[in-house]
Design a binder for this molecule. Structure first.
Ligand SMILES: *[C@@H]1O[C@H](CO)[C@@H](O)[C@H](O)[C@H]1NC(C)=O
Ligand SMILES: *[C@@H]1O[C@H](CO)[C@@H](O)[C@H](O)[C@H]1NC(C)=O
Length: 987
């Protein structure tokens, strides 16, 4: 978006007349000035020979002719020194000088123009002696690598008219008192200088009566402590003010801004803390051409006076909390401003409502952004008829209906309609004429119908095509040669014609391809890999692609490669991949053989999913080069051998998933170095040894730990109770003995009835498809896969071990616990009435232990309880006659010789014999119980899932951020992509 801004508004910048003087042949330069310049040259490192014309040789004597030097045509004195380098990294026309500026500069007593911008005076302080060059009218030290505090001596430069210190990122000022002496200053730019301590910044600025341009962007400005008195001359000439990216508030700004506003042409206040309604006073700034108010906290809508801003071209109100309806906003902009507006941005307000209004009157509009709001209705025809429209973004609203006919929008370069409810079959014809189009994104709608070759035949400039997540069918013949060369191809979920698309053979510049869920039933042709030299992202997952992959080590882009081939029918061995691999997903295929390819270093790999294949052999011991790996999933294979020691080098790993293999031996101690782990699933192997104490000592972020179905023995180490974030602990089906530690009550996350997130979240950033940890949880003998709501499950499963002693009295403090399974141990003692405090419990299984005593009536208060199994203990007495407990089958209580009363068929002494209609329970036995468990646990999933997805999204925006974060990261990547592409095109 910045690019638009530059492109369209460079003309707004106030032209600067720099005081250059012209060299004269007759007036050769002064000897001492030449010597001074040569000393300056000595202090500089001139890697690119910019100063080759500077020398003592006879033919070079006239220093007024040296590059960057100008002299007065009257006196012959050096008046101007211009050593400006290039600021844009891609432009190599004047690469920087390095080194330091010598104090010999002071010999140039008549210097009035000094430009050292865009060089690399690496980490030096701004020299104090510059303050002695009192004739200076122009000083430019932009982007010169200066650090430290700006010297007060600059305050001696009382003739200065232009002062530009922008983009010296480690420069600061404790006070701007020195600035107030520069009373002739017309142009001031201190952007990116840390002024957080300079609370007198406004005081100093007020003393500059001639100031025309003021730039203090990203200066960490805080509101000034005092309301300063305004005079008739305060900032009376100011035309441009940029205070963006600071901490300014409404009250600290408006009282003076609207008093000096009559001359303002450009006002940039984005990224501050401005709140409340947008003040109508902006509407009185009659010369205003540019108003940037994005990323503040404004509410309401656009005030009516804005309609009179007859010169306003640029209006940015994105990323606020505006909640007016769009028809009213557009009505308030219906005055003269309508004709002048070129750039209009209301994106990411999230709350702007209403139907899309007619926009015919906005005849100069080139950029219109309404993304991520609550707009509804269909897209009126007028959006396709704006004569000079360049970019239209209506993405992420609730817009319905067909894509209108854009065939007359010949200037349209970017069209974003994704994330709406658009439907209809007309997409193909609506876009067919867009010969300027670079970007088309209609993903995540309900479009169907056919997109044909003919629809695409004019889109010769297209670079970015996203049709994914619709029901579109693409009918392109196998001989089709498209008119475009795409950079990004996203066709996930489109219906292709089961063959691997042949036309891709003509696309040799692609950096991203997503053709997942596309019904491809074919092999990948060899030519595809030959064209892969620019591919950074490849997603062919969820098809039925088969065949054996070739050696891919020399394929893909040099930048990086993320490869998603999961959920297909690939077979054969896993091939070699390039060393710049960042993500690899081969899950749910039939890859077989060893995983030795891992021993080829891939130091940038963050994500590796090889789960659900037929991989065999030992896990190789070569994990040392995986310093960035965050997610490791090799579950459900036939891997054998020990967990290798070098896995301890996975210092960034957050998930280790090795469930259901044939791993043996003890866990290596080195794993204690993997301190970022949140998720460990080693279930269903043949691992042995004691449960290591370091799990509790070192892995303090652990949320999920499953060691179930192994051969672990010994006591549960007390240290495990330190895992305050633990939500799911599964140690079932081992040989663990001893007591259940009392300290399990310390699991803070389980004690809370709230969850911080739907899924188990991760911090790693370079993934392009959201990854959710998946876990199998056993509800009453059946396994359920949890994924999208795993973060909400809190459970402890210690079943089928050799645990003895009583149920710890601290357990009931885990009020958030959803499932507790202690069955099939040797536990004894009573069931405490305190168990009634486990208010979230859905599942309680204490069966097949030695528990005795009565069933506490408090258990009947567990209103969420869907599965209860107390069978095969030594419980006695009457089953409490509560409605809730009566809903359980008799089998929940079976095998307790001393229990009586409903639902058991055995009546208690003194009761009537239960009637025929009441004892249906025991007919169905175990089967029925399993069904109940199945039903209830499914119900938990659905209810929890619904609440999680719908309820919380509406309630809290921070949830939304957390939830959509993965999506955002790919969008960010795509934005960068588009921006660099534009840059290329406009060069
Ligand atoms: C000196 O140069 C200035 C600026 O180019 C010009 O306006 C002026 O006429 C010149 N004076 C002489 C004496 O050449
Ligand atoms: C200072 O130099 C930079 C970079 O060369 C340039 O973009 C900027 O416009 C200059 N400032 C002034 C006031 O001329």
């Amino acid at each position: 978006m910045k690019l638009h801004l530059q492109h369209i508004f460079t003309s707004i910048c106030v032209a600067l007349v720099a005081g250059h003087a012209v060299g004269d042949d007759n007036l050769s330069c002064k000897d001492w000035e030449r010597q001074a310049l040569l000393k300056i040259k000595q202090g500089l490192i001139d890697d690119y020979s910019h100063l080759s014309s500077w020398g003592n040789a006879e033919d070079k004597k006239n220093c007024c002719k040296w590059r960057g030097v100008s002299c007065s045509n009257q006196t012959g004195h050096v008046t101007s020194l211009d050593l400006r380098g290039t600021c844009t990294p891609f432009d190599t026309s004047y690469l920087p000088l390095r080194g330091n500026i010598s104090s010999s500069l002071l010999e140039l007593k008549h210097l009035n123009y000094l430009d050292l911008s865009c060089n690399d005076f690496g980490r030096n302080r701004v020299p104090e002696f510059i303050g002695s060059l009192v004739d200076l009218r122009y000083l430019n030290l932009t982007y010169a690598g200066y650090v430290g505090t700006v010297p007060d001596q600059l305050g001696n430069l009382t003739n200065l008219q232009y002062l530009d210190l922008r983009s010296n990122y480690h420069l600061d000022a404790k006070s701007l008192e020195w600035l107030s002496h520069l009373s002739l200053l017309r142009y001031l730019d201190l952007s990116e200088m840390d002024l957080s301590k300079a609370t007198d910044w406004l005081q100093a600025i007020f003393k500059l009566p001639l100031l025309i341009e003021l730039h203090l962007s990203s200066c960490q400005l805080v509101p000034p402590p005092l309301l300063l008195p305004l005079t008739n001359s305060t900032l009376k000439s100011l035309a441009v003010i940029d205070l963006s990216a600071n901490y300014l508030t409404s009250s600290s700004l408006y009282y003076w801004l609207f008093n000096i506003s009559s001359t303002l042409v450009k006002v940039e206040l984005s990224v501050n803390n401005l709140q409340g309604p947008i003040p109508g006073d902006f509407g009185n700034m009659k010369f205003l051409q540019y108003l940037g108010l994005g990323a503040n906290i404004f509410e309401g809508g656009v005030p009516n006076p804005f309609g009179n801003l007859s010169r306003l071209q640029y209006l940015d109100l994105s990323l606020n909390e505006l909640n007016q309806d769009l028809p009213t906003i557009v009505r308030n902009l219906s005055g003269p401003v309508q004709k002048s507006l070129v750039y209009l941005d209301f994106g990411w307000n999230r709350k702007i409502t209403g139907l899309l209004p007619d926009v015919t009157g906005f005849s100069s509009l080139r950029f219109l952004n309404l993304r991520d709001n609550k707009l509804s209705g269909s897209i009126p025809k007028s959006y396709g008829q704006l004569p000079v429209l360049f970019a239209l973004d209506l993405g992420w609203n609730q817009i319905e209906g067909p894509v209108p006919d854009f065939t007359s929008s010949l200037s349209l370069k970017e069209l974003y309609l994704q994330g709406n409810k658009l439907n209809g079959t007309s997409l193909g014809t609506s876009i067919a004429g867009l010969s300027s189009l670079l970007v088309l994104d209609v993903s995540t709608n309900s479009l169907d119908g056919v997109v044909s070759e003919a629809d695409m035949s004019k889109l010769s400039r297209l670079l970015y095509l996203d049709l994914s997540s619709n029901s579109l069918s693409l009918e392109f013949s196998s001989e089709w040669v498209p008119p475009f060369q795409l950079d990004v191809i996203r066709l996930g979920g489109c219906k292709l014609q089961s063959h691997f698309p042949r036309w891709l053979q003509t696309q040799t510049n692609v950096s991203m391809i997503d053709i997942s869920h596309a019904g491809i039933l074919d092999t990948i042709p060899d030519w595809f890999w030959d064209h892969s030299h620019r591919i950074e992202h490849l997603n062919l997952s969820h098809n039925q692609i088969y065949g054996i992959l070739p050696d891919l080590s020399s394929k893909f882009s040099e930048v990086f490669a993320s490869i998603y081939l999961g959920f297909n029918n690939f077979s054969g061995p896993i091939p070699l991949f390039p060393s710049n691999l960042t993500a690899l997903d081969l899950s749910k295929n039939s890859f077989s053989g060893p995983v030795s390819f891992l021993c080829n270093p891939t130091p940038f790999l963050t994500y590796l999913d090889l789960s659900d294949n037929l991989l065999s052999g030992e896990l190789p011991d070569c994990w040392k080069s995986f310093g960035k790996l965050s997610i490791l999933n090799m579950g459900n294979n036939n891997l054998s051998g020990k967990v290798p020691i070098s896995m301890g080098s996975l210092s960034a790993v957050e998930t280790i998933h090795l469930r259901n293999n044939h791993l043996v031996g003890k866990l290596p101690k080195s794993l204690k170095n993997c301190t970022k782990l949140t998720f460990i699933d080693l279930g269903q192997n043949r691992l042995t040894g004691k449960i290591p104490a370091w799990i509790g000592n070192k892995l303090s972020d652990l949320v999920f730990l499953s060691l179930s179905s192994n051969e672990f023995y010994g006591n549960i180490p007390l240290n495990i109770c330190r895992l305050a974030r633990m939500q799911i602990l599964d140690l079932s089906l081992n040989n663990i003995s001893g007591n259940i530690p009392e300290c399990l009550g310390n699991f803070t996350a389980m004690a809370s009835e709230e969850s911080s997130s739907l899924t188990i979240t991760h911090s790693f950033d370079s993934y392009f498809y959201p990854y959710f940890d998946t876990a199998l949880l056993v509800w009453k003998g059946r396994e359920f896969e949890y994924k999208n709501t795993l973060g909400l499950v809190k459970s402890i499963d210690l079943s089928s071990n050799k645990l003895v002693g009583e149920i710890p009295f601290t357990l009931p403090s885990l009020a958030g616990l959803v499932a507790l399974n202690l069955s099939r141990n040797n536990l004894s003692g009573l069931i405490s009435p305190n168990m009634g405090r486990l208010g979230s419990l859905n599942f309680l299984d204490l069966s097949r232990n030695g528990l005795s005593g009565g069933i506490p009536i408090a258990l009947s208060q567990l209103s969420h309880l869907g599965v209860l199994d107390l069978s095969y203990n030594f419980l006695s007495g009457r089953i409490p006659e509560s409605n809730h407990l009566l809903t359980f089958e008799a089998s929940s209580f079976a095998g307790n010789a001393g229990l009586c009363g409903r639902p058991l068929p055995r009546s208690c002494p003194g009761d009537d014999v239960p009637g025929g209609g009441d004892n249906t329970g025991n007919h169905d036995g175990e089967d029925k119980l399993i069904d109940t468990g199945f039903y209830v646990s499914l119900g938990v999933g659905i209810i929890v899932g619904f609440w999680g997805f719908c309820g919380s999204l509406i309630l809290s925006s921070s949830w939304r951020y957390a939830f959509f974060k993965p999506v955002n990261s790919i969008e960010d990547w795509l934005y960068v992509r588009i921006a660099t592409t534009w840059a290329r095109l406009w060069r």
